[in-house]
Design a protein around this ligand. Structure first.
Ligand SMILES: *[C@@H]1O[C@H](CO)[C@@H](O)[C@H](O)[C@H]1NC(C)=O
Ligand SMILES: CC(=O)N[C@H]1CO[C@H](CO)[C@@H](O)[C@@H]1O
Length: 457
């Protein structure tokens, strides 16, 4: 996310010594040179300290050793690479450098053998997981779910085995507080407009699927399986930090998992033939500027999916999904551009042509639908204009009602949320309230503009 520079920025960790790409990586982990602690208090002993560190939401996130650990593991970083936090409690961490980086510079390079993938985890964990795999493989999004399920198991296993394991220092650096859909409560869903609530709820159901499948994995201990906090932490870590690989798998690449998402990123991921994963700058990046990558181009205009999956808001986005949903879309709908990344409302309040076309198509009878579709795919503007001549006013009115409905929904959600804030309930009971309000306001601002435009038509 874009950082507001006015906020206090806390340096959480930096490499003790600059590790340059020109130099071979050190062979042993170096001791941390800068002992940096977050301001969070140590929490009391809880069940989870059985495992070395707590993953409770309010437990401190320990980022102090991960860069030096990674260097010891062969991860190369550019000069001045460091992790910063934009908030006082160190929950929200981003990667930047203390020096200007020109376009095309390597930022980090993670060697292939350190990268965790779904396939590698599957091989390592072996046949004991195959029963659980059947459950996941029969789920609707199996292709996405299977690699993530194996990464989820791998994280749980490493957490269970604790200190002394290869990935321990990296596990400690993972966030504990997530606002992602799987962390939301019934209360949160009630405060989101229908589409955002639906996608957030879907994330929560995915978590349930993973946790239920755990019961069929013999090596997962009861303590782990029954701890909602631990399973949610492992699930959210995988879900929000994994990257797709060129061969359709998913991976967790230590240190390459600290880059925030932006729809106007200043860096990108690059896989070499040896499956090492690098991050390169795609333009000049100033010292201290957050280095960002685009997680998934389909999230560029979809703040609700971004919220559901990653728990964040990107207020610089130039458009938002128009949230117009069709129950049983056909190939013809898709041909007209029925897709969240194309059915857009822009900051200016303009609505993308795809929205108009889909709405008009919906109002036509069978034969006219076929003719309109034909004109669209052949790029024949004449007949399309005739349909707009006949149905334009009707479609404008339908769109106006849709947009007005959403503005109203968002207002109602925010009334409930503001009330929580005024009572101070957000502090403990509903810590995600401010985030939900930001999401709703951001989406509302675009819809409100669209409503003004439609009213003026
Ligand atoms: C991948 O990284 C390893 C270790 O850093 C290096 O030896 C190898 O040459 C790299 N592979 C490619 C194709 O660059
Ligand atoms: C706001 C929030 O807590 N969102 C989290 C969702 O997941 C990402 C990736 O781990 C975290 O960085 C975010 O902090």
């Amino acid at each position: 996310m874009t950082r507001r520079r006015s906020r206090s920025i806390v340096l959480l960790a930096a490499a003790g010594r600059a590790s340059s790409f020109a130099l071979p990586p050190p062979s042993r982990p170096r001791a941390a040179c800068l002992p940096l602690t977050t301001s969070l208090q140590e929490t009391g002993v809880d069940l989870q300290s059985l495992f070395g560190f707590s993953v409770r939401e309010d437990a401190p996130r320990d980022i102090s050793t991960v860069i030096d650990w990674a260097a010891g593991m062969g991860v190369q970083t550019c000069d001045g690479f460091a992790l910063y936090s934009a908030d006082e409690d160190g929950k929200d961490v981003y990667a930047a450098t203390s020096r200007d980086l020109p376009e095309g510079s390597p930022v980090v390079c993670v060697p292939a053998d350190l990268i965790l993938t779904g396939m590698k985890a599957r091989e390592e964990l072996g046949a004991a997981t195959y029963e659980a795999e059947e459950d996941i493989a029969s789920s609707p999004d199996a292709l996405d779910n299977l690699p993530q399920f194996y990464l989820f198991l791998k994280i749980l296993m490493e957490y269970d085995l604790g200190e002394g394991r290869m990935y321990y220092e990296w596990l400690k650096s993972l966030p504990k507080f997530f606002s992602n859909g799987s962390s939301m409560t019934e209360f949160c869903f009630g405060c989101l407009p229908p589409y955002a609530a639906e996608v957030s709820l879907r994330e929560k159901q995915r978590l349930k699927l993973f946790v239920e499948a755990l019961e069929r994995v013999p090596f997962v201990s009861d303590v782990l399986m029954k701890s909602d906090e631990i399973t949610k932490w492992a699930f959210s870590s995988v879900n929000t930090r994994c990257h797709p690989t060129p061969d359709g798998d998913r991976c967790l690449a230590p240190l390459a998992d600290f880059f925030d998402h932006s729809s106007d990123p200043n860096a990108y991921l690059y896989w070499d033939e040896g499956m090492n994963l690098s991050v390169y700058t795609s333009r000049d990046v100033g010292a201290g500027e957050a280095i960002t990558i685009c997680y998934d181009p389909s999230l560029m205009y979809n703040p609700s999916d971004l919220l559901a999956r990653y728990g964040c808001i990107e207020e610089t986005a130039q458009a938002t999904f128009a949230k117009y949903k069709i129950d049983d879309p056909t190939q013809e709908h898709y041909d007209l551009g029925y897709d969240p990344s194309r059915m857009l409302v822009y900051k200016s309040g303009d609505v993308s042509q795809e929205v108009w076309d889909v709405l008009l198509y919906e109002d036509l009878g069978k034969e006219d639908r076929a003719a309109f579709h034909q004109a669209h795919v052949t790029g024949d503007e004449g007949p399309k204009q005739q349909y707009y001549g006949a149905y334009g006013a009707q479609v404008t009115d339908k769109l106006r009602r849709h947009v007005a409905f959403l503005v109203n929904e968002l207002d109602e959600c925010n009334i409930g949320l503001e009330m929580q804030l005024s009572m101070g309930w957000d502090k403990h009971r509903h810590p995600r309230t401010p985030l939900l309000i930001r999401h709703n306001n951001f989406v509302r601002s675009m819809f409100e503009k669209a409503l003004e435009n439609l009213d003026a038509m």
